[in-house]
Design a protein around this ligand. Structure first.
Ligand code: SF4
Length: 390
């Protein structure tokens, strides 16, 4: 059964759940597929960063009680225990009532007992680990700085610290990976008993090491049919293992879906702090500047710097609510969205939904429009159609 927070029940009179996201921009090294904003920490970077977040939380505090907190990156788990503690205390000062869900991403190689103790004491109740694969050769080909042995050590430490809600991120369609290897990876993931498993198809992001290898002809990009086989393998294996799919790439044991992500996909509100963090709150969508020094200079001078900032409109929110809503297995309830965003292009949207149904990509049930299995395999294409038509 879904918890109240999974159902998107906000604790506030606005009716919207509020998430607080911290972007921690440090990584020990750059993974070959990654284009997130991150940098290699030097000198007193950690303490400058934690002081900057403390200042940003004072300048732009959460406008009301926060329902979920998520520290992502980058690699939040790279911070030493004392910096995690300082960061957590700033959050606790800004969020007087402990949120229902507080997630921290940790790279397996950065998990330590002292860090986990600090996080547990702060009230963190969900640990998310980017594992990607249990095969050391595949991990090396991705430039991931950990081994299968380190993953097992990390899992043992997380469980020993008393976290029963932890998740594993996996990747598929990797260089040299066949369907059988993917099945083995999924079985390895489930055998360790996480509450939640995310599965992401490898994409070649511009200017990453893998993208350069693709450009040089050293790697081949998979076709749509190939990728579909990987997706379906995961969907069948995870369902058989007791993990319910709730979004194209996300699976959880009952009651363990990530409430923070659900809030984002349901177009609720979130406040993002740290360089490159995004916010959607108080009628604005904005992204902090993608540069730690410039971000620090902005928050310490009292004028936070943004890379972009857009006023929210019914059209923008409705479009995203439909795109992200259709990626979720629960789907979308159009009358409710129409009431929330009356000025959006609903006539064009209804026409598109009809076409999707005719093509067997969507269906209506109990007032919800949901993608069929065939539709979920084409979720990116459906998203593009929504962008063009709404
Ligand atoms: S640890 Fe995560 S954020 Fe850092 S480089 Fe690797 S994938 Fe990117």
């Amino acid at each position: 059964m879904e918890t109240a927070i999974e159902q998107g029940k906000a604790t506030d009179v606005t009716g919207l759940a509020l998430g607080l996201y911290l972007h921690v921009p440090f990584c020990a090294r750059v993974c070959d597929f990654c284009n997130f904003y991150q940098e290699r920490p030097e000198g007193d970077d950690f303490s400058r960063y934690t002081a900057g977040v403390g200042r940003e939380l004072t300048l732009r505090p959460p406008p009301r009680q926060v329902d979920t907190v998520f520290w992502g990156g980058g690699t939040p788990g790279l911070l030493p225990a004392r910096d995690l503690d300082a960061l957590g205390k700033s959050v606790r000062d800004a969020v007087p009532v402990l949120p229902a869900e507080w997630t921290v991403e940790m790279a397996p190689a950065s998990v330590r007992a002292d860090k986990l103790r600090v996080l547990k004491d702060l009230g963190v109740n969900r640990i998310s680990m980017g594992v990607q694969s249990f095969d050391d050769a595949t991990l090396a080909r991705l430039g991931r700085p950990h081994t299968r042995k380190q993953v097992d050590r990390a899992v043992a430490l997380v469980e020993a610290a008393g976290f029963d809600n932890w998740n594993i991120d996996m990747m598929f369609a990797l260089p040299g990976q066949g369907l059988q290897a993917w099945c083995t990876d999924l079985a390895e993931a489930m055998r360790r008993g996480p509450a939640h498993i995310s599965t992401y198809c490898l994409t070649f992001e511009e200017d990453t090491a893998l993208w350069l290898r693709l450009r040089r002809g050293e790697l081949e990009q998979r076709g749509e049919a190939d990728e579909a086989a990987f997706y379906e393998t995961a969907w069948d294996a995870l369902e058989a293992g007791g993990y319910r799919q709730y979004e194209v790439s996300n699976f959880a044991r009952p009651g363990r879906a990530c409430a923070h992500n659900l809030g984002t996909w349901r177009m609720q509100e979130w406040l993002g702090h740290g360089p490159s963090a995004s916010s959607q709150v108080d009628g604005m969508r904005s992204t902090n500047i993608h540069d730690t020094d410039a971000w620090l200079q902005g928050v310490h001078s009292g004028s936070p710097r943004f890379a972009e900032s857009t006023a929210l409109s019914d059209a923008l929110l409705a479009q995203d609510a439909v795109i992200f809503g259709l990626r979720m297995n629960e789907g979308i309830r159009v009358p409710a969205l129409r009431r929330r965003f009356p000025a959006a292009a609903w006539t064009a949207a209804e026409q598109l939904f009809e076409e999707l149904e005719e093509e067997g990509l969507a269906g209506t049930e109990g007032g919800f429009i949901r993608l069929t299995r065939a539709g979920r395999l084409l979720a990116d294409r459906v998203g593009l159609a929504v962008l063009e038509r709404m």
